[in-house]
Design a protein around this ligand. Structure first.
Ligand code: AMP
Ligand code: ZN
Length: 467
């Protein structure tokens, strides 16, 4: 059996994966900041985590999966400046920050369900874990990793000899740049906030807590170090996120956790999903270039059609979002569903020897750092294979779908889609008959019959019904 190999951002290599305890893979995925609806780019990050989880299971491992909800502390600027995104949204929408968080968390979970993303074992939110985060800062403080300036308690990156290894950050170059640009109150530009103090003047924040340093709120990176370790223990197996997390968020998570918990490496594998690109830019809420799952559904795109589209690119490849590419994926997905519906009823068997061969090829590609595009290619080969009987094809497809999550076992041919397709074929058949191409006309009749659609030619034209 091919071993599972995963690309580890930490080493920039594909490495053999086995859970640290040999059985249970412990996985943490950085979750959404719930100040707005998650866009299709964000959702790609969770489709990637879901594929990973399904592949781990396919390899016979148990999985314990944790996703967090960021409902405080994520500022509009990653360098500890700007305002808390939650507080800004609350002002704009005329709701409290708590109501905003609840509203968008709910929508996010519904979107995951529509995409057939398996629920994590643990959902945890930052505001429910303030004591754990304070404790983590205290531990860093005792070990001499912190300093205080006007607006908060900061992590002193110069004290951590391993700082920046994940991103291969060059601290000296950054410091030189800082000298050119003029110093901020931070000792080094890479230093980051652990606890931000509520400002004494200015508007009162909705989300703030007492702490040993004064009233305030946790820095964004703190929650992930604290909650992942609480629910998975240390060290744990895999931490996922988007590419954008490498230089700041994950780099800082590592600095906090390794020094507070005295464990290195704190996480064995760091895995990052590439961006969804939109008109040559990154899809981003802040840029207004955003499409949501709702928007797709309104365009007649099935959420699983979007899942199929995302699987068409390797998770480490940027993917361009265009209407044409998405429609092509939706059409191909609908075609796959039609095959699945037909094959689900198939009884005939043929050469069972071939099954093992397809299965091995599927496992080879999916175990090679989750190569979903090639896995889909194997799916199509199975569908088209002249050597396999219907029963074997369905056995393979349903097995592969445990990994791909395209819902093939439950999928139905959607009534409107079926209608449009049948109507189209009937028109084509009429045109063929007018052109006296009876062979094509008969072919269309038998093709539809195979899909369970019966044609009746009447004086008023051709009618159809389901068998
Ligand atoms: P956020 O809600 O901003 O904290 O982001 C949630 C997740 O979406 C993170 O894992 C980001 O890395 C990821 N993400 C944000 N924008 C994109 C994008 N355009 N393509 C893929 N992933 C993204
Ligand atoms: Zn995180």
């Amino acid at each position: 059996m091919t071993e599972l190999r995963l690309y580890n951002t930490l080493t920039r290599r594909k490495e053999r994966f086995e859970p640290l305890d040999g059985k249970l893979a412990r996985v943490y995925s950085c979750g959404p900041t719930v100040y707005a609806r998650q866009h299709l780019g964000n959702l790609r990050a969770y489709l990637f985590a879901d594929l990973l989880k399904r592949v781990l299971r396919y390899n016979g491992y148990g999985v314990r999966h944790v996703i967090n909800i960021t409902d405080v502390g994520h500022l509009t600027d990653d360098a500890d400046l700007g305002e808390d995104k939650m507080e800004v949204a609350a002002r704009k929408e005329g709701l409290s920050a708590w109501e905003i968080a609840e509203k968008w968390t709910l929508v996010f979970k519904q979107d995951l369900e529509k995409l057939n993303i398996l629920s994590p074992d643990v959902w945890c939110k930052a505001t429910d874990h303030i004591p754990e985060q304070i404790q983590l800062v205290q531990s860093l403080e005792q070990k001499g990793f912190t300093y205080r300036i006007d607006d908060g308690i900061y992590f002193d990156t110069s004290k951590d000899a391993h700082y920046g290894e994940l991103a291969r950050v060059n601290l000296e170059a950054q410091q030189a740049q800082e000298r050119i640009e003029g110093a901020s109150a931070k000792r080094s530009p890479a230093d980051f906030a652990l606890w931000k103090l509520s400002s004494r003047e200015g508007a009162r924040r909705q989300m703030e807590w007492d702490s040993p340093w004064g009233r305030g709120f946790p820095g964004w990176h703190l929650e992930c170090s604290a909650m992942s370790s609480k629910y998975l223990g240390t060290p744990f197996d895999i931490h996922t996120g988007g590419d954008d997390h490498i230089p700041v968020h994950h780099t800082n998570e590592i600095a906090q956790a390794e020094n507070a918990f005295d464990v290195r490496p704190w996480v064995r594998f760091w895995m990052h999903g590439a961006w969804l690109m939109f008109e040559r830019g990154k899809m981003a809420k802040s840029k207004g270039t955003v499409v949501s799952l709702d928007g797709l559904e309104a365009q007649g795109i099935d959420p699983l059609g979007y899942r199929f589209f995302v699987l068409g690119a390797h998770y480490r490849q940027q993917l361009n979002f265009t209407d044409e590419a998405l429609e092509r994926a939706q059409t191909a997905y609908a075609r796959l569903v039609r095959h699945a519906v037909e094959l689900r009823q198939a009884e005939e068997s043929a050469d069972a020897d071939q099954v093992g061969d397809f299965r091995a090829r599927f496992r080879d590609v999916i175990n090679d750092d989750l190569n979903a595009p090639q896995a889909l290619a194997v799916v199509w080969e199975v569908v088209r294979s002249p050597a396999l009987g219907g029963a074997e094809k369905w056995a393979l497809l349903s097995e592969f779908d445990e990994v791909l999550g395209l819902g093939l076992s439950e999928a139905r041919i959607e009534a409107p889609e079926l209608d449009a397709r049948v109507e189209g074929l009937i028109r084509e058949r009429e045109a063929a008959r007018l052109a006296r191409d009876f062979e094509r006309a008969d072919q269309i009749r038998s093709q539809l019959a195979a899909e369970g659609v019966i044609l009746e030619d009447t004086a008023q034209g051709t009618r159809w019904r389901r068998a």
